[in-house]
Design a protein around this ligand. Structure first.
Ligand SMILES: Nc1ncnc2c1ncn2[C@@H]1O[C@H](COP(=O)(O)OP(=O)(O)OP(=O)(O)O)[C@@H](O)[C@H]1O
Length: 228
C-alpha cells in the first residue's frame, strides 16, 4: 500500500528533513507517526501524497511510483489519498455541503450522485443536517469532521492526517478519533502524525517514531514514548 525505501529529503535551504527512511504500511493498517517537533513527521507524510518530493529513494503508494509521477498526473494520483490537516483548510466562503461536494464536482459526477454521497459522508462523520452552514458557523470539532468528510468523499484507499486533533480539546479529539476508527474499520489505511500522547497510548496501534529524519522505533502496539 505504502512503501518507502532509502528515502532522503533535503529542503532547498539545506535542512536534511528525512535521512534514510525505509518503511512499509499495509492495507487496512492504522499507524501513528510520533516524534519531537522538527523530527520530520510532516515531511515524511507529505511525501506520501507528493506534497513534497523526495530528494532520493523509492516511494510507492497505491501501486504508483510516486517519484516517477509527472506533475499533471498528481491530481489523479491524489484522488485515492485523503488528507486531513490540523487547521482544517476548509474553503471559508463555501457551505459544508459545497466544501465536500467540490471534489466530486471536479470529476464531473452527476448532481444526484453528489447529493447522495455528500449525505452519506456527512452522516458517517456525524454532522448530518449542517449542510448549509459555513465553516465559521461550525465548532472546531465540527469543522474537523467536515474536513474528514471532504477527505473521504472519493473513497480513498489511504487517509493521511497531520495532527488532526492539534487544535481541539481532549473530548472533541476523542470524537474525531471515533470517526477515524470507523473509517479505518471500513478498510481505509490511515497514517496519522500526532503529538497526542493520550490518544496514542489508549488506542494501542502501530507506532512509528521519527527522530532526526530516521525511524527510531516501529512497534505493532506501540506507546507514545515521550515525556512532556
Ligand atoms: N518547506 C521547508 N523548507 C525548509 N525546511 C523545512 C521545510 N519544511 C520543514 N522544514 C524543516 O525540516 C525539518 C523537519 O520538519 P517537519 O515539519 O517535517 O517536522 P515535524 O516532525 O513534522 O515537526 P512538528 O511536530 O513541529 O510539526 C525541520 O527542521 C523543519 O524546520
Amino acid at each position: 500500500m505504502i512503501e518507502m525505501k532509502d528515502v532522503y529529503k533535503t529542503y532547498p535551504n539545506g535542512v536534511k528533513a528525512i535521512d534514510g527512511l525505509t518503511v512499509k504500511v499495509n492495507k487496512g493498517e492504522f499507524v501513528y507517526v510520533v516524534g519531537p517537533s522538527g523530527a520530520g513527521k510532516s515531511t515524511f507524510i507529505k511525501m506520501m501524497y507528493r506534497e513534497e518530493k523526495a530528494s532520493s529513494g523509492y516511494i510507492m503508494v497505491n501501486g504508483q511510483n510516486v517519484g516517477e509521477l509527472k506533475n499533471r498526473e498528481v491530481p489523479v494520483f491524489r484522488r485515492n489519498i485523503g488528507v486531513v490537516f490540523q487547521d482544517f483548510k476548509l474553503l471559508p466562503k463555501l457551505t459544508a455541503f459545497e466544501n465536500v461536494a467540490f471534489a466530486l464536482e471536479v470529476i464531473e459526477a452527476e448532481k444526484d450522485v453528489i447529493k447522495q454521497r455528500v449525505k452519506e459522508v456527512l452522516e458517517l462523520v456525524g454532522i448530518q443536517g449542517r449542510e448549509d452552514a459555513l465553516p465559521a458557523e461550525l465548532s472546531g470539532g465540527e469543522q474537523q469532521r467536515l474536513s474528514i468528510a471532504r477527505a473521504i468523499i472519493n473513497n480513498p484507499k489511504v487517509l493521511i492526517a497531520d495532527e488532526p486533533t492539534g487544535n481541539l480539546d481532549p473530548e472533541t479529539s476523542w470524537g474525531i478519533m471515533d470517526v477515524l476508527e470507523k473509517i479505518n474499520k471500513n478498510g481505509t489505511t490511515i497514517v496519522m502524525a500526532t503529538h497526542n500522547r493520550d490518544i496514542v497510548n489508549t488506542m494501542k496501534k502501530r507506532v512509528i517514531a521519527v527522530e532526526d529524519g530516521k525511524i527510531i522505533r516501529d512497534e505493532v502496539r506501540g506507546e507514545y514514548g515521550y515525556e512532556g
